[in-house]
Design a protein around this ligand. Structure first.
Ligand SMILES: Cc1cc2nc3c(=O)[nH]c(=O)nc-3n(C[C@H](O)[C@H](O)[C@H](O)COP(=O)(O)OP(=O)(O)OC[C@H]3O[C@@H](n4cnc5c(N)ncnc54)[C@H](O)[C@@H]3O)c2cc1C
Length: 226
C-alpha cells in the first residue's frame, strides 16, 4: 500500500470504488437470497420446516435487497450516477481490467484457465454491447433505459463475479506452479472459478439481450389490464 498524491489518480480510484458499490451491494445481497433459497431446496421438506433453521437464513437474507438501498435503487445508482456521470469513462477502465484478466487466463497455457478466459471474454462482450445500447438510448428513450436498469445491474454483477473469480484462479495457479501453500485450497479456487464460468457467466448474454429489449414489451401494458 502507498499513499496516492496525484489528484487525477485519486479521483480515478474513487470513481472506481464508487462504480463497484452498487455492483457489490446489489449483487451480494441478491446472491444471498439465491444461495439461502437453494439451501432450503437441497434439504427438501426438511429445509422448509422451521425447526431445521434453513428458512431462517433465507428470511435473514431477504431483507438485504430492501434496506441500505433496494436493488432497484442500486441499479439506478449504477446507471444514472456511476455509469453516466463521466460518460462511461470509469466503466471503460473496468472493462479494460476485465479484458486484461481474460487475456491472462487465455495465455496461461492451462486448459481450465483458458476455458474461464474464453467465457469471461464473451461475457465482457455482452456487458460492453449492453453499455453501448444504454449510451445510444439514454437521451431518446428514458423509460427504455429505466426498464433496463435492474437487468443491467445483474449483467454487471455476473461479469464482475467472473472477473474476480478469474483473478483468484490466476493467483491460485501461480501458487500451484510454485508448489507453495495449501494445494487443495488453490485447486478448489480454480475449480470454483471454472464452475462459475461454465454455469453462471453465460447468463451475461441473456441479461444483455434483456437490457437491449428496453421497454418495448412493457410499454404495451395499460392501467385497465390490471
Ligand atoms: C428491518 C428493517 C430495518 C430498517 N432499518 C432502517 C434504519 O435503521 N434506518 C433507516 O433509515 N431505514 C431503515 N429501514 C428502511 C429501509 O431503508 C427502507 O425499507 C428501504 O429504503 C426501502 O424503502 P421502502 O420500504 O419505502 O420501499 P419503496 O421505496 O416503497 O420501494 C418498494 C419497491 O419499489 C422499488 N422502487 C422504489 N422507487 C424506485 C425507483 N425510483 N426506481 C426503481 N425502483 C424503485 C424498490 O426498489 C422496491 O423494490 C429499515 C427497513 C426494514 C424493513
Amino acid at each position: 500500500m502507498h499513499a496516492i498524491s496525484d489528484p487525477e489518480e485519486k479521483k480515478r480510484n474513487l470513481f472506481l470504488a464508487e462504480f463497484m458499490i452498487p455492483i457489490v451491494k446489489g449483487g451480494g445481497t441478491e446472491m444471498g437470497i439465491e444461495v439461502t433459497s437453494l439451501g432450503i431446496q437441497i434439504h427438501g421438506g426438511m429445509g422448509f420446516i422451521e425447526e431445521t433453521g434453513a428458512a431462517q437464513h433465507w428470511r435473514d437474507s431477504r431483507i438485504t435487497t430492501i434496506y441500505e438501498g433496494t436493488t432497484g435503487i442500486q441499479a439506478n445508482d449504477l446507471l444514472f450516477r456511476k455509469l453516466m456521470r463521466d460518460q462511461g469513462a470509469t466503466a471503460k477502465v473496468v472493462f479494460g481490467e476485465v479484458y486484461v484478466t481474460a487475456k491472462a487466463l487465455g495465455a496461461s497455457g492451462k486448459p481450465e484457465l483458458q476455458a474461464i478466459g474464453q467465457r469471461l471474454g464473451a461475457a465482457l462482450k455482452a456487458w460492453t454491447d449492453a453499455t453501448e445500447w444504454l449510451a445510444a438510448n439514454a437521451k431518446t428513450s428514458l423509460s427504455g433505459v429505466l426498464t433496463a436498469a435492474v437487468p443491467y445491474l445483474h449483467l454487471a454483477v455476473t461479469v464482475s463475479g467472473g472477473w474476480f473469480m478469474g483473478k483468484a484462479a490466476l493467483v491460485a495457479a501461480g501458487y500451484l506452479d510454485k508448489g507453495e501453500g495449501d494445494q487443495t485450497f488453490y485447486r478448489a479456487k480454480i475449480a470454483t472459478a471454472h464452475f462459475y464460468a461454465d454455469q453462471l457467466l453465460p447468463q451475461a448474454a441473456s441479461y444483455a439481450e434483456t437490457v437491449k429489449a428496453g421497454d418495448a414489451a412493457l410499454a404495451a401494458f395499460t392501467d385497465e389490464m390490471f
